[in-house]
Design a protein around this ligand. Structure first.
Ligand code: GSH
Length: 368
């Protein structure tokens, strides 16, 4: 029987000190904590990304730009009509852009670590109104995870909480922003949260420089949730906000490498920040990535609490090629995870925010 591994196999687990022989992918603790990753050098990556936009990809690899593309197994192969060395060039920018746009993508979940799973589950269910969708303990790997959200994982964005045995505190850092929750009555929700003993860090009222009524609450670990007043929506978990050091660089990356659309960009000079909403569908119907640039701030501390976002794709191999081509750093090459055969690949954006792409069919099987 194949052991069913949790979706958190999509998150690093180097906190585990067990000498388990379970066939899991192990990632170094340096990467787990998001620190000391020599590969994630923003200035070098910026240079590459900008080069990638300006120069035909073939030139970057020292060959002529390929003329034709064909699909071979899981790779897009360029036929250059030249030497064998030339034919090994995998993909053109044009082919990659076409692929990422037609791929079937959706934000699946956000993964982060918490110090007391039961306390967090209680807060999310009783104060935020989420449902506990599943919970699994992996004792041999010394962690437990829990999935919570407002609807089923096969169609809605959810949160995946990870509890590592014995670790009751994490550093959230300064780069991770918040998770957005669309609610119909922010003031009412805030009253309820207060009545249950929840921490409200920003009272309901129009957002500074805008009209939308918002409030901020904090969970037991200090993760922020922004409550946004909206009409009914199929996707109440509506935003993941990450701070970035160069907004245009990030917009170009998420458009080209991830196939997201720039849904909206808003500068707020009075408060010295600009935001860009990026996603695979409209803001009122699907979860979006909110990128925030604070004037003059080019780097943030990522702490060790937030892990990654997971995104569905029809082909992790082609997705990896496209991400690589547009300057993303692949931290886990595409392929099946040992034990469950779910195909994934992991990568870093220009600010070193991590995402994991998960094969759509394999993901659906995981949920069966
Ligand atoms: N400096 C802010 C810039 C982003 C920002 O201010 N976002 C708005 C929401 S889009 C906000 O949090 N407003 C706080 C308020 O209105 O009180 C940050 O990095 O979080």
């Amino acid at each position: 029987m194949v052991r069913k591994l949790p979706m958190s196999t999509f998150r690093p687990r180097a906190l585990s000190s067990s000498a388990s022989t379970a066939p899991l992918v192990r990632i170094s603790s340096a990467r787990f904590f998001g620190a000391g990753d020599g590969a994630c050098n923003p200035s070098r990556r910026l240079a590459l990304f900008h080069l990638g936009s300006a120069i035909p990809q073939g030139k970057l690899f020292g060959v002529k730009a390929p003329k034709m593309l064909r699909v071979e197994g899981n790779a897009i192969v360029a036929a250059t009509g030249g030497s064998m060395a030339q034919t090994s060039t995998a993909i053109t920018q044009e082919g990659a852009l076409e692929w990422v746009k037609k791929d079937n993508r959706r934000l699946l979940h956000i993964v982060y670590r918490v110090g007391d799973l039961d306390k967090t589950i209680k807060f999310y269910t009783e104060c935020l109104g989420m449902k506990l969708l599943r919970k699994q303990d992996i004792p041999e790997e010394r962690y437990t995870n829990a999935f919570l959200g407002y609807g089923p994982e096969d169609s809605q964005f959810v949160v995946e909480l990870t509890y590592n045995y014995g670790v009751d505190k994490y550093d959230i850092g300064t780069g991770f922003g918040h998770i957005g929750i669309a609610v119909e009555d922010v003031a009412k929700m805030v009253d309820l949260i207060k009545a249950k003993g929840g921490k409200v860090t920003r009272e309901p009222g129009p957002v500074k420089g805008g009209n939308t009524v918002i409030a901020f609450v904090e969970d037991p670990d200090g993760y922020k949730f922004e409550l946004l007043e909206r009409g009914p929506t199929p996707e109440p978990l509506c935003q993941v906000m990450l701070r970035v050091g160069d907004l245009d660089r990030s917009i170009a990356f998420y458009e080209k490498a991830f196939g997201m659309e720039l849904l909206r960009k808003r500068d707020n000079p009075e408060y010295k920040y600009t935001i860009a909403m990026m996603g695979y569908g409209p803001e009122d119907k699907s979860t979006v990535l909110e990128l925030t640039y604070n004037y003059g701030i080019t780097e943030y501390d990522k702490g060790n609490a937030y892990a990654q976002m997971a995104i569905g794709t029809d082909d992790v191999y082609k997705t990896a090629e496209a991400v690589r081509l547009f300057g993303g750093k692949i931290t886990r090459e595409p392929g099946p995870l040992p034990g469950i055969n779910t195909k994934i690949m992991a990568c870093l954006d220009p600010d070193c925010w991590k995402s994991v792409f998960v094969d759509n069919i394999d993901f659906a099987k995981e949920l069966e």
